[in-house]
Design a protein around this ligand. Structure first.
Ligand SMILES: C[S@@+](CC[C@H](N)C(=O)[O-])C[C@H]1O[C@@H](n2cnc3c(N)ncnc32)[C@H](O)[C@@H]1O
Length: 475
């Protein structure tokens, strides 16, 4: 960068120098059409864009010619002071002067970069400066240096180029060597996975470097995906699966039981995606209560309060995503007056699948605190009958509070055990069962689930869910 700046400064100086010299050179140096560049013509020229452009062209040509002259002169002076013979240089200067003058007719103003490139052929230092930005781009550099070698006439800059080119080729060779070495190392690692001994697996793994564990996880998955060809002959599939499970438990902090269940549930290609997704916080989303407002109006009202909000996605016309907020989203005047419900985006979907219609009889069997039930009520446009039930009395109270806040008038809240609900009521058109669950689907909200679940919890959930579902079918 420093060198580049130097070049700019230098060229800036040159731009000023040649301007003054140009006047000394006089008119005969330039073709007729370019002569009216003096100050008395300036007013006339500046009045027309076309003439201004011509003037600019002329200036550029002058700058370029004089730049060459002044640089060459500097070099001659330098060499003289170094005690070198200056005969050749004088010849060269004459040649350059001649070139500049004769070529005024065909010389066209070029872009700055092109000008630099041309000059580079005769100016070793300039060329070096131009090449600096390519230091890391080996391909570009290679082609640049090759071109330069072919075209150069002057010996001095050629030497510079050669030096630079040699350096870069060496760099390039070293980089290639390194990457080949890395590749080899990876292949070797892939070929031989380090299996800790039975006791070591649990004892040593927590201290191990997480990066190494993730590396091994990927390698083991790679082997399991092509077990026949990639396995070690003395290792069984179970060996690899055990190692994978243990590494996943250590890396993501799950207990053995839950990780086993997840490995049963997800294909190898998806397990990492699932575990990674559980590490990411889900966005805060809200559902517009269409019984009271429109999404556009709600968004505007929230924006006015300093909430950064956007439509959730194409698949929903009522969802909004909150990026950040200067006010608590659960306590705004809009919230308190029931214009929206704080609700995860995924919880819209079961209601959309249920597709309740106005004037139907609908049952939400496990409804507290009423997120889905209130969406059902809104889709029914407060018509028909919605029964929102929950076995937990305190939680059932939350349904009542939300029902009032959101302005639902077609809703009856009940506090019954879903396993026996049909003994009290029946004849529903549609029924939603959002049964109590293990919580393994919301690990991103509650990381404690990773270690707090065991076989009994799952069994308990499973039995209750089946009983509630069967009763809902009866209802
Ligand atoms: C996942 S939550 C429901 C969330 C609710 N659908 C919503 O969208 O806001 C499960 C609910 O089932 C209730 N529940 C548990 N056992 C039940 C049972 N036997 N009968 C009815 N509800 C039950 C719990 O009290 C809990 O509120």
């Amino acid at each position: 960068m420093g060198r580049r700046k130097k070049t700019d400064e230098k060229s800036a100086k040159q731009i000023r120098g040649p301007g003054r010299k140009a006047k000394k050179q006089g008119a005969p140096t330039f073709p007729k059409e370019l002569l009216p560049a003096d100050s008395n013509e300036k007013k006339k020229l500046s009045s027309r864009g076309k003439q201004r452009a011509r003037k600019r062209l002329e200036k550029d040509q002058l700058k370029e010619a004089n730049k060459k002259n002044s640089k060459l002169a500097t070099r001659v002076t330098k060499r003289q002071s170094d005690g070198e013979s200056n005969e050749d240089e004088e010849e060269e200067q004459q040649e350059t002067n001649g070139f500049t003058d004769e070529n005024q007719k065909w010389l066209k103003p070029k872009k700055k970069k092109e000008l630099f490139d041309d000059e580079g052929e005769g100016e070793g230092e300039e060329l070096m400066d131009e090449e600096v930005p390519y230091d890391d781009e080996f391909d570009d550099m290679e082609s640049t240096t090759d071109d330069d070698e072919d075209n150069d006439v002057d010996d001095e800059p050629k030497l510079d180029i050669e030096k630079k080119s040699k350096k870069l080729r060496e760099k390039q060779r070293q980089a290639k060597e390194r990457s080949e070495q890395e590749l080899l190392t990876n292949i070797q690692q892939q070929e031989k996975i380090q299996f800790p001994s039975g006791q070591e697996v649990t004892k040593d793994a927590p201290q191990a470097d997480l990066q190494l564990i993730m590396h091994r996880i990927r390698e083991v998955i790679n082997v399991l995906n092509d077990f026949k060809t990639k396995r070690e002959p003395n290792r069984s599939r179970k060996d690899y699966l055990d190692l994978l499970r243990q590494d996943l438990c250590n890396y993501y902090s799950y207990n053995d039981f839950l990780m086993n269940k997840l490995l049963d549930l997800f294909p190898l290609a998806e397990i990492i995606d699932f575990l990674e997704a559980n590490e990411v916080q889900r966005p805060v989303t809200i559902r517009t209560n269409t019984l009271k407002t429109r999404r556009r109006d709600l968004a505007q009202a929230l924006i006015n309060r300093g909430v950064n909000v956007d439509p959730l996605d194409k698949w929903t016309k009522v969802g909004l995503v909150i990026y950040n907020s200067q006010v608590p989203i659960g306590a705004t005047p809009e919230y308190l007056s029931g214009h929206y419900m704080l609700q995860g985006a995924s919880s819209f979907l079961p209601v959309m699948a249920l597709a309740p219609q106005p004037n139907e009889r609908v049952l939400d069997m496990c409804a507290a605190p009423g997120g889905k039930a209130s969406y059902i009520g809104a889709l029914m446009r407060n018509s028909g009958i919605l029964v929102a039930n929950d076995a937990n009395k305190d939680r059932a109270k939350a349904i009542i509070a939300n029902t009032h806040r959101l302005g639902l008038t077609n809703t009856i809240v009940t506090n019954l055990d879903g396993r026996h609900f049909s003994e009290h009521m029946g004849g529903f058109d549609r029924c939603l069962v959002d049964a109590p669950c293990s919580g393994t689907g919301v690990i991103s909200k509650d990381q404690a689930v990773k270690n707090s679940k065991d076989e009994k919890d799952i069994q308990r959930c499973f039995t209750a869910q089946r009983q509630i579902l069967l009763n809902a079918i009866d209802a």
